[in-house]
Design a protein around this ligand. Structure first.
Ligand code: BG6
Ligand code: MG
Length: 214
């Protein structure tokens, strides 16, 4: 389907910046403390998934069943470590082409938004110095339903005042592509052509859009 793009909505983790490695370090540290291992392959299952659901998957892998109070303590402990890691991030960790593509869209009058599940998104944008590249930021602090629910993207469209059909989502997670489709938006998949096969277009990274007219 050919659409006019009036707004571009970007996922953060895996699209603008590679934070998966920091999530992995923190989850692995927690798993090791709990007495089991957590591999990079296991970590793939957590991409695009909310913090609470990520913990549930981790506990499933370790074969543990815990009460809610313990689970929220563990999620908080993981987040403290994660925040410690991302507090040292620098602008060179922005993925290739991401800042340039955002600037290119803005110079053409296309609105830009962040649509992320992460509650740490404001800290990451601030550390990378790219908050001003987004007209609107919708993150895990503003929404209650995790992707594949379309809430995060619909909220971004609403705040931008652009109809969903004129928004294009850029996502690296299968759940995010599904969320874009539920929102009635176009979906550009970034990364794995197999897991992202439901996308309208798949590209290896935003750098691929710098030279073409999209
Ligand atoms: C998503 C990540 O963007 O945010 C997930 O892909 C992460 O891996 C989720 O669990 C929630 O992030 P946070 O920073 O609120 O724990
Ligand atoms: Mg992502």
């Amino acid at each position: 389907m050919i659409r006019e793009m009036r707004a571009a909505i970007f996922d953060l983790d895996g699209v603008i910046v590679d934070t998966a490695k920091y999530h992995y370090l923190a989850w692995k540290r927690l798993a090791n403390e709990l007495g089991f291992d957590f591999t990079e392959t296991d970590n793939e299952r957590l991409k695009g998934v909310s913090r609470v659901r990520s913990l549930e998957i981790l506990l499933e892998i370790g074969g543990l069943t815990l009460d809610d109070a313990t689970k929220s303590q563990l999620a908080a402990r993981k987040n403290d470590w994660y925040v410690e890691y991302i507090s040292n991030m620098v602008a060179s960790e922005i993925l290739p082409g991401a800042a340039e593509y955002l600037q290119k869209l803005r110079s053409r009058g296309i609105k830009t938004a962040l649509g992320s599940a992460s509650k740490n998104a404001p800290l990451i944008l601030e550390r990378l110095g790219i908050s001003s590249l987004f007209d609107v930021v919708v993150d895990g602090n503003k929404v209650s339903k995790a992707k594949p629910d379309p809430e995060v993207f619909l909220r971004a469209a609403e705040e931008l005042n652009i109809p969903p059909a004129e928004c294009i989502v850029f996502e690296d997670a299968e759940a995010g592509i599904e969320a874009a489709q539920h929102a009635g938006m176009g979906a550009v998949g970034i990364g794995n052509p197999v897991t992202l096969r439901e996308s309208d277009i798949i590209i290896p990274g935003l750098y691929a859009l710098i030279v073409v007219s999209i």
